[in-house]
Design a protein around this ligand. Sequence first.
Ligand code: HEM
Length: 459
Amino acid sequence: MVLVTLYVSRLWKEFWGIKPKQPPTYRGWLPWFGCAMEFGKGPLHFINKKSKELGSIFSIKVTGEYMTFVTDPKDFQYFFQSPCLDFQKAVQGPVQNVVSITKESFFAYHSSIHDLVKGKLASSQLAPMSDKLYTEFKEQLAKLPESGTIDLNRLIRSVLYKSVLNILFGKNILPTDDEQYRELEDNFTKFDEQFEYGSKLPAFLLGGWSQSRQYLIDMFKNLVDSEKKKSQDLPVSEKTLLHNVLECVDKENSPNYSVLLLWATLANSIPMIFWTMAFIVTRQSVYEKVCNEIEEKLPEKLETITEADLRKMPYLKSCILETVRLRSPGIIPRYVAKPFKIRDLTVPAGNLIFASPFWAHRNPEHYPDPEEHKPERWNMKDVERNIFPEYFFAFGGGRFQCPGRWFGLMEIQIFVIMFLKQFTCEAFDPVPQPSPFHIVGTQQPLGPCMVEFHRKNVI
Ligand code: HEM
């Protein structure tokens, strides 16, 4: 009887042309362009404004395409687990625009690259990484002057880029002489700043950005063959992440995959280290608590830093997770491969759909006083056991969740410990606002955060 009723009601709907209810849609006022102008002026805030007007699930029309946004964290598990939503189809086009990896190559190799990075950076593989991070940071921090006044972001980039590249790509395989290295840093910064425009617009419209992209591709063209050859003779334990990726992909696209790997390893973690340090050094009480925890839990003279050491410092870890909550990516994309039913709505196949961790993490129901950086809101027991709260989605979810998350968190912990163990640091500016233009990854700061530092100890 029930089946018959359902069948008749379906026929009835089809007969009368009743379509499934779609999310409320804002089309803007320009034909085809839709609301591209309004969206482009500040996409991060536009998402929030429209979710207040239209509800937590809504669509907008931008340059002929419909984009749907999901902003309530209660819907995120369902979003990330749905077989109707496809990660690869959502990112293939942007990846082709940004680093010119062909469609065929992308679909042939993407899953293997993901699994490889996930395996190499799994939490169970990180023990040797903590020692490598310790050694690299020690070397780069020793090069800082005894004291200085500098923008915190600049300071962090100068230490971090080199360290991370040496660990994940190979010691000194990328430029190390100061001038060449600065060139690499400048080009990467430009590439990263306009990454989102590059993923949408043709390269010829983005003069400076295209040059930086070409610089990075050419840099890898000059070294991929020799590195691949070198890696064949290395024991597994000595192969870098770059070696592993080069062994996995096709020769023609290998410089382009290398640029993509470079971006994935630096673009979120470096700004996240900046934000963590900024949230710590701009408030005396937090700064003192972190420094005290470091002093109490670690010996005065460090030989290395282990995972066991890190577990002894839950307050620092809470400061980091609270920072990650507040500076999570604005959007995480999926392609609607089959009509996607969510609540009483159906998102039609062909739309792009986005979860917004940045706004989900500002839902006062789950995070009271959401704009406040409050390390105390984290449950210390869960923090010690690496358990994230139910409504925390900074690293995405499902099959293609961020494979570098455990390494990323470890990088931040070890950097903060090593910097604050060696230097005093006083901030002259408050924590800057996050840029509303950066929505794909962690936001860049809108302004400077000037700090004065003095060396107090040599590790
Ligand atoms: C701490 C800062 C980081 C944040 C907030 C972050 C966040 C993310 C997010 C949201 C995604 C997309 C996941 C999805 O679609 O479900 C992602 C993907 C990715 N992340 Fe991270 N990430 C961070 C650090 C890192 C680090 C340190 C690495 C590598 C060393 C890394 C490597 C990657 C890679 C390779 C992907 C692409 C995965 C794929 O294409 O299948 N991430 N990350």
